[in-house]
Design a protein around this ligand. Structure first.
Ligand code: DON
Length: 319
């Protein structure tokens, strides 16, 4: 059953400002009680389910927001986007296509069957197997150098020094046997390019980076702005890298609900089980919403509804 009802805004509706559409979505959904915090990572069950923050950052660097912007959650799978972008930037789009694969699996984000069906060949960098493979490929001679590369990349996209959510990291690191299994299965198929235990650990760390809605929106806006952070003006990656990255976000950003999302909204996006969701309107803005309760596929219920409404009100579906 689709979470959002695909529809276009009434043609007669007048142009609305970014702030007006954010305020409207915030008021409409703030009291919605649907979905449930992730609990397969124990610490995520303890996060306040009422956190609700919305931010838009434009390609010119203007910031619009509403709600909880001081509350941070772990970035979780949204980190996959930025590690992927760094990997494309440093090693080229071809390497990602050949050594990981870019087709959607159509299965759950931590599916072992998805790896097995393809014998490790067509996994995807925005779900767990491909994301752990991406970490294993990223430049760095040892675990520390790889982690530094990944954290520096996230900081550059966000334009600030991000910190780790230690309770989430410790909780997941002690309990990530399924991801460890995935990494070892990839190794067996010759598709893991660094030590599987260390790669999984670095991957778990990147998932525990703590972010608020504004920081996530700046990260999304850097993709919208062709790889230049619109706040710091730093060139983080090339416009070509952004295009390749957003291509994969379009087909696989919301796991096995990615098709439904693109059908309804038309914008590349990425969710995380911490409750964050980003979407990018290329050339215009990045948007982020944080709200921890998730639907069955693992995507934030309120965040999907809010971004859908905002994108509809702004009339930004490019199709
Ligand atoms: O590996 C995990 O299961 C989490 N650290 C991240 C999962 C998530 O957000 C959904 N993944 N695509």
């Amino acid at each position: 059953l689709m979470l959002i009802n695909p529809s276009f805004k009434a043609a007669a509706q007048k142009e609305l400002s970014y702030q007006a559409v954010i305020d409207r979505a915030y008021d409409k959904f703030k009291d919605l009680k649907e979905g449930k915090n992730a609990d397969y990572i124990k610490e995520l069950a303890n996060v306040d389910p009422n956190i609700f923050g919305i931010a838009i950052v434009t390609a010119e660097g203007k910031v619009y927001s509403k709600g909880d912007l001081n509350q941070r959650v772990s970035i979780q799978s949204i980190s996959k986007v930025f590690t992927l972008a760094r990997l494309i930037e440093e090693q080229g789009a071809r390497v990602v296509a050949d050594k990981i694969g870019v087709d959607a699996t159509g299965l759950r984000f931590n599916s072992i069957v998805a790896v097995e069906l393809q014998k490790g060949k067509e996994i995807n960098p925005l779900v767990n197997p491909g994301a752990i493979a991406a970490v294993s490929l990223i430049k760095g001679n040892d675990s520390l150098a790889k982690w530094k590369n990944i954290l520096d990349t996230h900081n550059a996209f966000a334009g600030t020094k991000l910190k780790l959510n230690m309770p989430v990291y410790i909780s997941e690191a002690g309990d990530n046997l399924r991801n460890q299994a995935i990494a070892h299965l990839l190794l067996a198929y010759g598709r893991m390019y660094f030590d599987p235990v260390q790669s999984t650990d670095i991957y778990t760390k990147q998932c525990a980076i703590n972010v608020n809605a504004k920081e996530l929106a700046v990260m999304a806006a850097t993709l919208a702005n062709g790889g230049v952070n619109p706040i710091t003006k730093e060139k983080v990656v090339s416009p070509e890298t952004c295009a390749f990255t957003m291509g994969i976000m379009s087909t696989a950003g919301l796991y096995d609900d990615s098709g439904q999302w693109l059908y309804a909204v038309g914008l590349p996006a990425k969710s995380g089980v911490g409750g964050g969701l980003i979407a990018v309107c290329p050339g215009k803005f990045g948007i982020a919403v944080i709200s921890p309760p998730l639907n069955a596929a693992g995507n934030s219920v309120k965040a999907q509804k809010a971004i859908f409404d905002i994108a509809k009100d702004l009339g930004v579906n490019p199709y």
